[in-house]
Design a protein around this ligand. Structure first.
Ligand code: ATP
Length: 375
């Protein structure tokens, strides 16, 4: 059988971005060697704060056009607090990508692994396995500085807008219910919670109204609502009771960091940003300049994001072997934590970026794991 080739727009970016993306690329390449049937070509694109400081551009010339022609986008981390656009905000071309490529569904899994110090004392916290679905093109990010759309912007007052559109919100809620359906088949709760502030804002009441309209199409999936402030409380009290949670952009931005905290730290927080025709995959964390160049970064969020990319490519190109690659990577991480063979420094362990990558590589090659997963 011929291999399926995937051409990936690869943006290492800033800070720890280069190290973690190289780690993830080596793991994906290894999974394709083991599984066979698919190969990824990593096509490098220069973008980010460092590139901006050298050239005055946040993406290389023609970069967005190149991305358009490739199968998916894989990004390390972009932004450095010391390098800013003229208006004082940080370099963030990826926010523009979300809009240009219509990446409305920001998928952020929050899953507990064994032997990572529990941030919550309740032993049920080992069962945390939920997804924060963050709308990613409108909401309160509609007037993000990179889009230059503030209706009032002067030295006395600045206004931002919360934009909720029917077309986008219908697609988002449908995505949430379908995701819950796929997860239910894997034994998860099969529930979607609409997280909003419908008691105060008309835009949020509209978001909830569309949720209630769409839920009738998905009768096998449970549906409920929760105000965002109550959800901040519930995520600390009983996070194991949730499955898929859908919300506007800014609420998702905040709660996904809370989710990262629940499962140890941002180094485990993976992310997929999905649209009708494109997908962008990157860790949910930033460029972590405080640990830059020290081999301390946990690459697992990026590796888990790469695994989400393999699942996406499997669906998009109907290629079963990429899905097996993803299953192998995720199982190796799960078993690696169980056996205490993955010990990130982020959680007080002794393994930096290189050591984790090497150990995960050995786990991928482990015959027992391969047999268990691929038979
Ligand atoms: P952004 O706004 O771009 O998301 P941020 O300012 O929220 O970025 P991060 O760069 O995500 O900040 O870092 C937040 C904290 O988490 C920092 O202390 C950083 O060192 C830590 N951190 C982030 N990513 C990792 C990682 N992969 N491994 C270990 N620690 C990390």
């Amino acid at each position: 059988m011929n291999d399926s080739y995937f051409h990936i727009a690869t943006i290492p970016g800033d800070g720890i971005g280069k190290d973690i993306i190289n780690s993830a690329i080596s793991i994906v390449n290894l999974s394709s060697e083991i599984i066979g049937g698919f190969k990824c070509e990593w096509e490098s694109i220069k973008a980010g704060a460092e590139y901006y400081s050298l050239t005055g551009r946040d993406v290389e010339p023609g970069g967005e056009k190149k991305i358009e022609e490739l199968d998916s986008i894989f990004l390390g981390a972009i932004g450095l607090p010391t390098i800013r656009y003229k208006d004082g905000t940080e370099i963030c071309p990826h926010l523009r990508f979300r809009e240009v490529f219509g990446l409305y569904a920001g998928v952020r899994p929050v899953k507990a692994y064994k032997n990572i110090p529990n941030r919550l004392s309740n032993e049920l916290s080992s069962k945390i396995d939920l997804v924060i679905l963050r709308e990613s093109t409108e909401g309160l990010f509609y007037t993000a500085a990179v889009h230059d759309r503030c209706p009032v912007e002067n030295d006395e007052e600045v206004q931002d807008i919360m934009r909720i559109t029917r077309a986008n919100t219908e697609k988002l809620h449908d995505y949430a219910f379908k995701l819950a359906g796929q997860r239910k088949k894997k034994g998860k709760l099969g529930k979607v919670t609409c997280v909003d502030k419908a008691n105060v804002f008309k835009s949020q009441a509209f978001f909830r109204k569309i949720f209630d309209e769409r839920k009738v199409q998905f009768k096998d999936i449970k549906a409920d609502h929760c105000y965002v402030d109550a959800m901040a409380l519930n995520l600390v009290r009983t996070p194991w009771e949730y499955d898929v949670m859908v919300m506007e952009n800014m609420f998702g931005d905040i709660l996904s960091d809370l989710g990262g905290g629940l499962i140890g730290g941002m180094g485990m927080a993976s992310c997929a940003e999905i649209g009708d025709n494109y997908g962008l995959f990157q860790p949910a964390h930033g460029s972590a300049p405080d640990i830059l160049g020290q081999d301390k970064a946990n690459p697992l969020a990026t590796i888990l994001s790469a695994s989400l990319m393999l699942e996406y490519l499997s669906d998009k190109k109907n290629c079963k072997s990429t899905s097996s690659g993803s299953t192998l990577i995720e199982a190796a991480i799960e078993i690696g934590f169980e056996r205490n063979e993955l010990r990130p420094m982020e959680f007080g362990g002794d393994m930096g970026t290189k050591a984790i990558t090497e150990s995960l590589g050995s786990l991928l090659k482990d015959n027992e794991i391969q047999k268990q997963i691929l038979s």
